[in-house]
Design a protein around this ligand. Sequence first.
Ligand SMILES: Cc1cc2nc3c(=O)[nH]c(=O)nc-3n(C[C@H](O)[C@H](O)[C@H](O)COP(=O)(O)OP(=O)(O)OC[C@H]3O[C@@H](n4cnc5c(N)ncnc54)[C@H](O)[C@@H]3O)c2cc1C
Length: 369
Amino acid sequence: MKVAIMGAGLSGLACAIMLERNGVYPTIYESRSKVGDRFINGEALFSILTRPINDSISYLSNEYELYLKPTSHIGQMVIHSENSKATINERIGFVNIRGRHELSFENQLAEQVNSELIFNSEKSYEELSQEYTHVVMATGDASYAVKVKNFKEDLSVTLKGATVEGNFERFSVSVWLNNELAPKGYGYLLPFSDKEANIVIAFPDEAIKTDEEINKLWDRFFQTVCSELGQSLKITDQFQIRNYKIGICNAPRIGNTFFTGNCFGAIMPFLGFGQFQALLTGIYAAQDICGLGTYEQLTKPLMKSYEHSLILRRALEQMNNNTYDFLISHLDGRIGSKIFQQSTHNPLKVLSYLIRPFIKKEPRYLRNE
Ligand SMILES: Cc1cc2nc3c(=O)[nH]c(=O)nc-3n(C[C@H](O)[C@H](O)[C@H](O)COP(=O)(O)OP(=O)(O)OC[C@H]3O[C@@H](n4cnc5c(N)ncnc54)[C@H](O)[C@@H]3O)c2cc1C
């Protein structure tokens, strides 16, 4: 058996680690010159999105001996709407670093890999599939899955963000649900140290079309964050991504090709979280290759979560600022704590069943069922 992994990101490296544990040494092809050679950003893992698993970091180490260090846990989330604010004081997840930082998740995983890593790769999938018995697609985008008609796109997103310097409470994250700042989307602030944080707005491409409009939105968001914190934040780095595709593959495995991470459909449409799912799909693909499970079966729960998440996303798109104000005002206090505190119940799954009949734009994924 000869295994090639295309992409040395979360899913590709997690796959390589699990293969090695079972005596299979893949060759990893990475198009960049180093692991994680891109902008640095803070990302989060929220337990409310991974339940019944509350602590994804301890789950990965207990179940799979995959060790990852976040920069901190999150002990507080402040949710802002136009005229309301809710403060949730619960242990709700973790913040971690991605990209060019030595402690980024991808660099931590690369430390655990012994297989051959080929950088600056220009190998196409077609070439790899000629040379290897198994190919794991882990390129972090859906382009190949789209090309071979194995991807249902549900949403295409714009993300604009910056690394900022200031004074932050590193155990506290903030979220903005306000259509004036991020139409049909959201904004967030994730500190990854006491002095550095990421601020980002994310919204569907269709909501805002031109760069001029995006920049106006960004300026408004930046001013809002500065005035909320009472600080003049200093921008040290900036990024903008258009057409970030959110969707899911039709078949997780075709022949001996495995679609993992974002190629599988790891990003959950509701809030755009995909790290945990990316790691799991890499692990599951390795388990299948080593005869320890069936990829289609192992990924079924992720497909189901995608479906719930898409319903919540469609609901979010229908909300105006008055609805946000109403909901956020009720989240402050006991109700918010109850929803976010560690539990084996998944309130978002329940909510997705409850609101499904009221969704105006039926998710494409459900129509194909
Ligand atoms: C700005 C931003 C913020 C995000 N925030 C969060 C968050 O807070 N929480 C969360 O859970 N998720 C978040 N996500 C989503 C999450 O980052 C992804 O779902 C996850 O990284 C996907 O992992 P992956 O293995 O599919 O791809 P990646 O980890 O991106 O790895 C893909 C790798 O493949 C390489 N590659 C690409 N093309 C080729 C090729 N042709 N040949 C060889 N190699 C190739 C790339 O260089 C890269 O190294 C965010 C995404 C973005 C863009």
